[in-house]
Design a binder for this molecule. Structure first.
Ligand SMILES: C[S@@+](CC[C@H](N)C(=O)[O-])C[C@H]1O[C@@H](n2cnc3c(N)ncnc32)[C@H](O)[C@@H]1O
Length: 413
């Protein structure tokens, strides 16, 4: 954002209107080091993403109005019926093709940039993680674990090896890549430690459920723990269990948590569609962040049923998803927000939007009247992002809510 407070100094840096510099990213003991050129590459990618979304994307809206929609109407004698028709028509247009190809290329570049950063220091990273986790019984890995098809079959968002691949025993380079590049991919919009979603959820709970004092919290599909740590920090007396299918994520997750001073989280390997290792009614809060869209049509009902089984009466489940579109938005918006499903290896993203989540929650055992809907926007650091930080204070996020909260309170008997 341009600095309007210091009128006497109009240096180019004060005119800067891009994403925050990568050098402000939050560091911890297993965070990969970056050289000058690697930092510059992440900055380029963040700025390229910003350019694509703020400057180039507008051209697609014009192309849609001027060419794509009139052509469809002329050929079919009617309006578009759904977002899939819009998507198929858009992809014939050169403006969409440009934007889409560049966006895919930035994603591929970001993954390869992070991969190089982490592979060249793999031994050091793996050793740091070993030192921090060896003998710590808060890391519960299962050497016999079979990856569910949803995590094994594809490289999510072009991430080589996805969440589970281990190149050597004790490998953490996959999650280190995820951690090091996410600040560039999001242009810093998840905060310095990329945990703004978890901070927002903790704040949402404090505001909307002030009497809720969970003793046991379960985070499903926890990844390397970006968003569960702020929740654990907000409830320091709670026992927090983070479950994920990927061993490297969990290993890195515990090392990262310890180096950030969060000690009340256990990292457990498992398939969250079958959590039979945990007893019925053993958690007060079951939580997921940015997770449901990476499950499947078959596993999601099982996951919902498991959350219901695991909750104590009066306990709460909250699922937080991003970015959201719904059937009330213009079809053009819906089609554009569906991009990741078709070009960024997120196959369930589009299908998930056709599911009646309320009905599925009801089928899992929750009462319709107990279903919770809300919105949160990631909380960012005021010092690196003053304008976005003002939104942290908003009472009603409305359309600005980047993330949708769907949840329920389990009925008391
Ligand atoms: C997009 S990441 C989200 C990570 C984390 N919740 C966050 O907010 O940063 C999705 C995670 O879900 C995990 N996952 C997907 N399906 C799973 C399953 N059936 N059981 C356990 N973990 C799963 C993946 O391994 C991955 O780490």
């Amino acid at each position: 954002m341009a600095d309007t407070t210091n009128k006497g100094n109009n240096s180019p840096s004060n005119e800067y209107d891009g994403p925050p510099d990568y050098r402000v990213v939050g560091q911890h003991d297993v965070y990969p080091e970056t050289t000058h050129d690697e930092t510059a590459r992440f900055n380029f990618l963040a700025q390229m993403n910003r350019h694509l979304s703020t400057k180039v994307m507008g051209g697609i809206a014009h192309a849609f109005e001027d060419r794509v929609e009139p052509k469809f109407k002329e050929e079919n004698g009617r309006d578009f019926e759904d977002r899939h028709e819009v998507r198929k028509a858009l992809k014939e247009d050169p403006m969409f093709q440009w934007w889409s190809a560049l966006r895919r290329a930035t994603m591929e570049n970001r993954q390869q940039a992070g991969r190089w950063v982490t592979l060249r220091q793999a031994e050091a990273l793996n050793e740091k993680a070993r030192m921090l986790t060896e003998g710590d019984d808060r890391l519960k890995l299962d050497p016999e674990f079979k990856q569910p098809r949803s995590t094994e079959a594809i490289d999510h968002h072009c991430m080589p090896g996805s969440y589970h691949t281990e190149l050597v025993p004790g490998d953490v380079t996959g999650p280190a890549n995820y951690d090091s590049g996410i600040f560039a991919t999001t242009g810093g919009m998840l905060g310095r430690f990329n945990d703004g979603g978890g901070v927002a959820v903790a704040q949402w709970v404090a505001k909307n459920l002030p009497d809720f004092k969970p003793k046991r919290i379960l985070d499903i599909g926890a990844g390397l723990g970006h968003n569960v740590l702020p929740i654990a920090a907000a409830f320091p007396d709670a026992e927090v269990v983070a479950v994920d299918a990927g061993a490297p994520m969990l290993r890195y997750g515990l090392a990262r948590a310890k180096s950030l001073g969060i000690e009340n989280v256990e990292f457990v390997q498992g398939d969250v569609a079958d959590l039979s290792r945990f007893e019925n009614e053993s958690f007060d809060w079951v939580q997921s962040t940015m997770f449901l869209h990476e499950t499947t049509f078959k596993s999601m009902p099982k996951i919902f049923k498991e959350t219901h089984r695991l909750l104590k009466p009066g306990g709460i489940v909250l699922h937080v998803e991003q970015p959201q579109y719904d059937k009330d938005m213009p079809l053009y918006e819906q089609a554009m927000r569906d991009w990741d499903a078709f070009y960024n290896n997120e196959p369930f993203w589009t299908k998930m939007h056709e599911i009646d989540l309320d009905q599925w929650m009801e089928d899992a055992g929750f009462n319709r009247d107990d279903i919770i809907h809300g919105g949160v926007a990631a909380v960012v650091d005021a010092d690196i992002f003053p304008e976005a930080a003002e939104d942290n204070e908003q009472e009603d996020y409305g359309r600005k809510a980047a993330w949708h909260v769907i949840g329920a309170r389990k009925a008391t008997k």
